[in-house]
Ligand binder design. Sequence first.
Ligand code: ADP
Ligand code: ASP
Ligand code: MG
Length: 403
Amino acid sequence: MSLIVQKFGGTSVANTERIFNVADIVTKTYEKGNDVVVVVSAQGDTTDEFIEKANEINPNASKREMDMLLSAGEQISASLLAMAIEKLGFPVVSLLGWQAGFSTSSTYGSARIKRVTPDRIRKEIDKKNIVIVTGFQGVNKYDDMTTLGRGGSDTSAVAIAAVMHADLCQIFTDVEGVFTADPRKVPKARKLDVISYDEMLELATLGAQVLNNRSVEMAKKYNIELEVLSSLTRVPGTIVKEESKMEKMLISGIAKDNDVARISIIGVPDKPGLAFRIFSKLAAKKVNVDVILQSVGRDSTKDISFTVPQSMMQDAIHVCNSFVEVNGAMHVVYDENVSKVSIVGAGMETHPGVAATMFESLFDADINIQMISTSEIKISVLIARDDADKAVTAIHNKFFGED
Ligand code: ADP
Ligand code: ASP
Ligand code: MG
């Protein structure tokens, strides 16, 4: 007998019909003799709607109360799914994050899972119950509800699979797997049969929302094989697993991230120690800096540019303005209308010319590159936001052909 963890995203449980569709998938899995733990997200756009509602009442609401609100979304879908499964005549119980043993750090809104103590889940499985657990939530040391950050239900599912040594962890969503680009934006995108943890981690971190990056990190750490598949079409999806067992793909996918802003400090004196001063101040303010570019010194000054998530832009500008005053740089400029477009592939380590091919496709599409950053398995460019979708399509056509 196997233990199977099945996670269903918001679209998969969006309405009554979809809930019964999920109940059917779950009970069929159970009927085959498996133990089943189900993790659910909030229905449809519930989480966004809750955030809007909160903003109407108090845009400065405390993060604690926000978590109290947001965690309710998953409670609704868990109970409704349990009712549907009851109706089909199967034994079932739904559990909140804390009942399922999720202890988290105390950072409301982006808590990290510290421990999962699945005693209650085990007890319910021993009673032959199908167990439904609310994703995206846990409890902190103050006994308060916490949430794991947007898209966090994927991580809840992988955490349960890891701690319970599940035989399979299936992430059901609204597309048939992981594609070479977002299939909603690039209709010619192809479904991948298999992708390595490292490539998936890069794609997720660089903006492919299909899996939360922390869930991939955890799956890699505990060697949990994932299957990403559609709850609607019931065809095999994409397997995410360790790379050694498969051939390296030159490029596995293209991702776009709009949550980025570019900041430049112009006219920084060209002497040692100044980059250190800026970036240590940014680090002290907990600003996540991503791509960094420094120009070659000319006329004893240089420019330093970097990117940050949009939510951290104001803090970063503040740090840079005081740096300019103290160190005699010229001024700070910033641009929020930028996107980061990246290609990811383990094969590029051993194939020269991948960057050139990517840049050629951007040149052909008349798209200007503002910044570039590379690692062994990815190349990212920063470009104008208006060009981003065009860039993804152009790069996709270049690497994967037009049909
Ligand atoms: P869920 O609610 O099931 O967690 P998400 O909306 O978080 O679903 O993630 C699924 C979405 O991710 C898809 O609808 C798709 O538009 C988007 N997506 C972005 N990049 C990719 C990709 N490379 N492959 C598949 N889907 C992608
Ligand atoms: N409901 C949460 C969100 O919308 C968690 C999730 O869907 O994974 O971000
Ligand atoms: Mg998601």
